[in-house]
Design a protein around this ligand. Structure first.
Ligand code: ZN
Length: 284
């Protein structure tokens, strides 16, 4: 890792929305569109420059409704100028091609998982056909891919896709560690992921998400190594073992503090757009 990278502003992504069961653990988890807007706005003020978004039905169950994504997008564009919007095309955004039904809304970014893995109670299925279709939609609508890496093979798959022209620019690569039955938090694997990403896709940027109690450890590793970082109630509802996180903004503030301890600043949305090479406006 070149020395200067460890001084570069850190792009903070906040994953705002958790599941019904995480809301049962911590009532601060935003579910409705209005709760999401308020929580994202606070997180934006605290230093987040990317919002990773899911939408939910009234009862809190996962939704793939493009109309809900449109309402969330409209509110975020109005209240958080410049904020980078990232829609999830993950398994909670419906089944099969429903997962990409909101892509015509042209968010700045969308998450893309390029292979399958096990989750705590199910298989997280990402068939080659679906991955190609989702990346095709993202290319058509000029959306930057954030690759969710649950396994080493996903980095190689992303590099093949980049070489084949399946992305509109170098991907932002996110290592996900700590999901039960998938890759655990492991320092040697984290280092190898980074080295492999830099070797295969030198132009790619990277970040990582630690799930549950691993969130803060992962935040520290990312900031120290010059990467970007993700926090938020989707991944973790606690500040520490004994304390629930009062808000997404509190988790963002904790991450900003970690940046300062390492002599880095949280990237502004404009800086984040430059680092990622994104278009200026996220308007449709
Ligand atoms: Zn998500």
């Amino acid at each position: 890792m070149p020395q200067h990278k460890t001084q570069e502003p850190c792009i903070i992504c906040v994953a705002i929305t958790g599941s019904v069961s995480s809301k049962a653990h911590n009532p601060a988890v935003p579910i409705s569109i209005s709760e999401q807007l308020e929580s994202t706005h606070e997180s934006f003020d605290a230093g987040a420059s990317i919002a990773h978004c899911h939408v939910r039905n009234e009862d809190g169950t996962p939704s793939s409704d493009p109309e809900r994504f449109a309402r969330l997008q409209e509110g975020l564009l109005k209240h958080c100028p410049g904020l980078i919007l990232q829609f999830s095309t993950g398994g909670r955004s419906g089944a099969g091609r429903e997962r990409g039904g909101m892509l015509p809304l042209r968010p700045d970014m969308a998450s893309l998982t390029v292979g399958s893995t096990n989750f705590p109670t199910r298989v997280y299925e990402n068939s080659p056909e679906l991955v190609d279709w989702l990346s095709g939609e993202m290319l058509e609508h000029d959306i930057r891919a954030e690759i969710e890496v649950f396994d080493l093979s996903h980095i190689f798959k992303a590099a093949d896709m980049l070489a084949a022209g399946q992305f509109n620019g170098p991907p932002h690569v996110q290592f996900v560690m700590g999901v039960k039955n998938s890759m655990p938090l492991d320092r040697a694997v984290f280092d190898f992921y980074r080295q492999t990403t830099q070797r295969l896709m030198p132009e790619a940027t990277w970040c990582a998400a630690g799930i549950g109690r691993h969130q803060i450890t992962m935040n520290e590793w990312c900031v120290a190594e010059g990467g970007h970082a993700r926090t938020g109630l989707e991944d973790n509802v606690r500040m520490d073992q004994d304390t629930l996180a009062p808000s997404n903004a509190a988790l963002v503030s904790r991450l900003v503090d970690i940046c300062h301890e390492h002599g880095r600043e949280a990237a502004t949305p404009a800086e984040a757009r430059t680092i990622l090479g994104l278009r200026k406006s996220s308007a449709a």
